[in-house]
Design a binder for this molecule. Structure first.
Ligand SMILES: [Zn+2]
Length: 124
């Protein structure tokens, strides 16, 4: 099941979710269960969360942040700190590592991009 979920996750985006909804009447008429109807366990929880606009397992492409003070890079964490690696410029081969702590947004010591830690609950 994990491999099937991974394959779906790689191909999944909001357009495909909408298309799945559009295909549902056809599947129902043919007696074929849809992905939503036959999913169980972790796969079902993930599909239900995606419909609510949530991404509890971080399977979708991350949102792009500008890294400014008004739009900092959001870093989810289950702890009160997290190690962050900043590729300051696109072609850099060296990564600047620093600890991001809970509280106000912090800046990368090299390029000055803003990062903010946000508490994240792991789904069970
Ligand atoms: Zn940086």
């Amino acid at each position: 099941m994990a491999a099937r979920l991974l394959l779906r996750a790689c191909a999944l985006n909001s357009q495909q979710l909408r298309r799945n909804v559009a295909v549902r009447p056809f599947h129902r008429a043919m007696g074929i269960p849809t992905d939503d109807e036959q999913a169980t366990g972790l796969e079902r929880r993930t599909l239900e969360a995606l419909k609510q606009g949530k991404d509890p397992y971080s399977i979708l492409k991350p949102k792009h942040y500008t890294g400014t003070k008004e739009d900092p890079h959001i870093v989810p964490s289950i702890n009160n700190k997290r190690l962050v690696g900043c590729l300051c410029e696109e072609d850099n081969t060296a990564i600047v590592w620093f600890w991001l702590h809970d509280g106000d947004a912090q800046r990368c010591p090299s390029c000055g991009s803003h990062y903010k830690l946000v508490h994240h609950e792991l789904p069970h």
